[in-house]
Design a protein around this ligand. Structure first.
Ligand SMILES: NC(=O)c1ccc[n+]([C@@H]2O[C@H](COP(=O)([O-])OP(=O)(O)OC[C@H]3O[C@@H](n4cnc5c(N)ncnc54)[C@H](OP(=O)(O)O)[C@@H]3O)[C@@H](O)[C@H]2O)c1
Length: 284
């Protein structure tokens, strides 16, 4: 990965930080994002130390806000004349419904719309850096996800689990639609399940059951380093050259929710997402 530039969103902790360490150890210049500047710079210093690579940059932005995502994209475009890999890793679980600065439901806004908007804002730079890759961190719960086009914001009845599964299915649908729109450009897009990993996942707003279960199963979970392996593989392996529109777990292609392979549904989600971020639906 020497000479390559990678951006990992949500790189201050958990799977994202382990992904950044792994890619930095392979020689890439790595940018990470997090909400808080001090925490982001601290994480960048830890990634430098753990990887032995000095070329780590921290970008602070609250990605639940579209204005902040736009500001982040400008900072990244200013800092990086080329961008070889974008790892859309940021995400989380919230047991209760929260609204973002844009008045949107937080899980959908952060887990899906932030990655959708950031990718589109960085797309020309990725196209100018081909061969380039977009890697989207989804989850195995995409299989039970359902996109409720009549209530994408969970305004009628919110369940943390349903909102999370919907957002993770949206990650896979976005990936597949992006892959098809990018056919022939030299930019690939794939999604993945990292495994069930011991991180700060869900800690900001836990469900009671989640707390009890997580205490019981904690010792069986993957470490962040183990959980980062499929992201690192999709971002860096020569075996992934030209592979696009696939869903992976444990570095192997897996069958995704059939909705994610339905072009009418993925196009419909793309249009709804473009409307929610105030963007034209077509890739120019
Ligand atoms: N852990 C699992 O078992 C598991 C399983 C399947 C899929 N996943 C997926 O893996 C990805 C990473 O999860 P994780 O377990 O590593 O979670 P984590 O430990 O909670 O890390 C989340 C990262 O996202 C950042 N972040 C959170 N809210 C943000 C916001 N509003 N703006 C900008 N950055 C924000 C955090 O940074 P700051 O707090 O510093 O802002 C942190 O770097 C997520 O997409 C998750 O859905 C996780």
């Amino acid at each position: 990965m020497a000479g390559k530039v990678v951006l990992v969103t949500g790189g201050t902790g958990g799977i994202g930080k382990a992904t950044a360490i792994g890619l930095a150890a392979l020689g890439a210049r790595v940018g990470i994002t997090g909400r808080d500047l001090t925490r982001t710079e601290q994480a960048a210093a830890e990634i430098r130390s753990a990887s032995g690579n000095p070329d780590i940059d921290g970008f602070a932005a609250d990605m639940s806000s579209q204005a902040e995502v736009r500001r982040l994209a400008v900072a990244v475009l200013d800092a990086y004349p080329r961008l070889d890999v974008l790892v859309n890793n940021v995400g989380g679980f919230w047991a209760h419904r929260h609204s973002t600065a844009d008045g949107l439901e937080h899980t959908f806004a952060l887990n899906h719309l932030a990655s959708f908007l950031l990718t589109n804002l960085l797309l020309d730079r990725l196209k100018a850096s081909t061969p380039a890759r977009v890697v989207n961190v989804s989850s195995h719960v995409q299989a039970e996800g359902r996109i409720d086009f009549d209530d994408l914001q969970g305004g009628r009845a919110y369940s943390g689990q349903a909102a999370y599964s919907q957002s993770k299915l949206a990650n896979v649908m976005f990936t597949n639609e992006l892959a098809s729109r990018l056919e022939g450009t030299g930019v690939t897009a794939n999604s993945l399940h990292p495994g069930v990993v011991r991180t700060s996942f869900g800690a900001e707003d836990q469900a009671w059951l989640f707390t009890v279960v997580s205490q019981v199963v904690l010792s069986f979970l993957k470490t962040p380093t183990q959980g980062a392996q499929t992201s690192i593989y999709l971002a860096s392996s020569p075996e992934m050259d030209g592979v696009t529109g696939q869903f992976f777990a444990n570095k192997k292609v897996k069958t995704a929710n059939k909705v994610a392979n339905d072009p009418a549904m993925t196009a419909r989600l793309w249009q709804a997402s473009a409307d929610l971020v105030g963007m034209k639906a077509a890739i120019s």
